[in-house]
Design a protein around this ligand. Structure first.
Ligand code: ZN
Length: 495
């Protein structure tokens, strides 16, 4: 919440006279004087004033829970959660009733004889608005602010239910931004006004307290054609509404509300698009914005329940001393096996292979665990098998062999034939089971190399050099001992 001046006792009394000793969030009485706090109702950033009119009492507990939200936002947030609580599908009509409006069945209207205007007969007033005609279809329509009680959801043309997160994202968006395009409605044969496009937008605005919705209304009974047009218009964007739900889950854990807001905006979306959004709308630096996307991708790979390497990362499994840390994974698998982040590919288009890349890396990391660590890593026993494993996973060694493995995959998949950028994204493609069998063989070869064996004499012991967190030194040591791309490829084909 924004800084605000200290309230005097008189000012506090003035606010309490207005609201009583009740918490603004849900109206419960505040028992103890000490629990009474004051905060802004409408966020100042969203145009709320800094005067007493925009302050209300709130109990200590709710004031802490609402974090940076203003009082009205947190109240609406909790109310929205309770609307969706019963798990039943919710539509615009439910939102209208939940906000205390009394739906009116019909909106009588009259097209004036010259066809240039329409008269709308609201209960308390009538309105004349201009009529326009589409030059292609001759359909007539008008624009108007329609009071909420006259609007119904068009279940025929727009059967999809509301999504809570999308609605909340738009609510937050419209707290600080104007609505660019109106919702689209039609009159049906009985004269009911049905809203068929922009349901989330309208629901979000109504939830924020709007009493009227900006609408473009078609006046002829042309449901069938509208339905076709609507379906067509949604071919690209029907996919979007669906994917925004999928994507919503994808980044929500790491990026929270920023992501929700981005995912509910219209238009094509990409990693780069999200980075730009964070820079432009959230005033982040490029590094910080990129870091959000990077973190989300890393998080998904590390927290994939099928990633068996997770059992050997100290932050994830503290039961004993572990060979790996997050920072080691970042310097190795994430650095060399993931394609550059952020990319510009449209999310969930045919070109978007990020999910596949993540899945491939999870599988590769599991192979590393199977072939290198399971039943081998055992610091309690500290036998020769464990000591060999320690050498393989020492700081410099792993940095070096992950690079070798990356180059082996490059050669095996012949990516150099496809272009220079392919070498930077070895796993950004569909890989068959057979190809993964080969990858397993390569890993096995690397781990079976004699360089990891116990030294015969102390002057032959290179394991101390491997513990240096430096891949250049380690790479040249491995090269000296002939652990390099050619050897891995050849020995795997003989194995
Ligand atoms: Zn309270």
């Amino acid at each position: 919440m924004q800084e605000r001046r200290q309230l005097s006792e008189t000012e506090k009394k003035e606010i309490l006279d207005k609201y009583g000793k009740r918490c603004f969030i849900d109206g419960h009485p505040i028992e103890s004087e000490e629990d009474i706090e004051f905060d802004h109702i409408i966020p100042v950033a969203a145009g709320g004033s800094t005067t007493l009119n925009n302050l209300a009492p709130v109990c200590k507990k709710h004031n802490r829970q609402k974090k940076t939200m203003a009082l009205s936002e947190y109240r609406d947030y909790l109310a929205l959660a309770s609307l969706f609580q019963d798990g039943k599908l919710k539509y615009l009509d439910d939102v209208i009733v939940a906000k205390g409006h009394h739906p009116v069945k019909l909106l009588p209207y009259e097209v004036n004889t010259n066809g240039r205007s329409v008269t709308l007969y609201f209960d308390t007033a009538k309105a004349d608005v201009s009529v326009y005609e589409c030059p292609i279809t001759d359909w007539q329509y008008f624009y108007a602010l329609i009071p909420v009680q006259y609007i119904k959801n068009d279940k025929d043309l727009q059967p999809r239910a509301l999504r809570q997160q999308a609605m909340w994202g738009l609510y937050r968006h419209f707290q600080r931004n104007t609505q660019l395009s109106p919702s689209i409605c039609r009159f049906d044969n009985e004269g009911r006004l049905l809203l068929f496009d922009g349901q989330h937008k309208a629901a979000a605005q109504i939830w924020a307290g709007r009493k009227a919705v900006e609408c473009k209304v078609y006046i002829q009974p042309i449901a069938k054609q509208l339905k076709e047009t609507n379906l067509e218009a949604h071919q690209s964007y029907r996919q979007m509404s669906f994917y925004s739900y999928e994507l919503m889950k994808k980044y929500a854990d790491i990026c929270g509300e920023d992501w929700e807001q981005y995912a509910t905006l219209e238009g094509r979306k990409s990693e780069k698009g999200y980075v730009d959004f964070l820079i432009n709308e959230k005033k982040m630096t490029y590094a910080k914005a990129k870091g959000e996307v990077v973190r989300a991708i890393h998080w998904r790979i590390l927290n994939d329940s099928t990633n068996r390497l997770g059992d050997f990362i100290s932050e994830k499994s503290r039961a004993r001393r572990q060979p790996l840390t997050y920072s080691r994974i970042e310097k190795t698998f994430f650095r060399h096996m993931l394609s550059p982040i952020p990319n510009t590919v449209e999310f969930q288009s045919d070109e978007d292979l990020r999910d596949i890349e993540e899945k491939n890396l999870v599988q590769l990391m599991s192979i590393i665990a199977d072939e290198g660590l399971v039943d081998r890593w055992n610091p309690e026993r500290d036998d020769s098998v464990h000591q060999r494993t320690e050498r393989i996973f020492s700081a410099g060694a792993i940095r070096a062999w992950v690079r070798i493995l990356r180059d082996v995959l490059n050669a095996y998949l012949q990516l150099y034939l496809k272009g220079p950028e392919e070498a930077q994204r070895v796993l950004y493609r569909e890989l068959s089971n057979e190809q993964f069998d080969w990858i397993r063989k390569f890993v096995r070869q690397i781990f079976s190399h004699p360089v990891w064996d116990a030294p015969d004499t102390s002057d032959q012991d290179i394991s101390r050099a491997f513990t240096k967190d430096d891949d250049t030194t380690a790479l040249s040591l491995l090269k000296d001992r002939r652990l390099e791309v050619e050897w891995v490829l050849q020995s795997a084909s003989k194995a």
